[in-house]
Design a binder for this molecule. Structure first.
Ligand SMILES: [Zn+2]
Length: 60
């Protein structure tokens, strides 16, 4: 095989959010959450590690 032009594996998207319930600030990778597709935009759902409620972050 011969590589003509070397590409780059896209790095995973990192998100930072503040839990609206317990105010914990945390970062997570997109693969740690669940992507939800809506007509008005896409969101990533992530469970807060402290209080376990679902937080929604706008998908990048
Ligand atoms: Zn929380």
């Amino acid at each position: 095989m011969k590589i003509i032009k070397e590409g780059k594996i896209p790095s995973e998207r990192l998100y930072r959010t503040t839990c609206r319930h317990c105010k914990t600030v945390f970062e997570f990778l997109e693969s740690e959450g669940n992507v939800r597709y809506y007509r008005d935009g896409n969101y990533v759902e992530i469970i807060c590690p402290i209080c376990n409620i679902i937080c929604n972050v706008t998908r990048k």
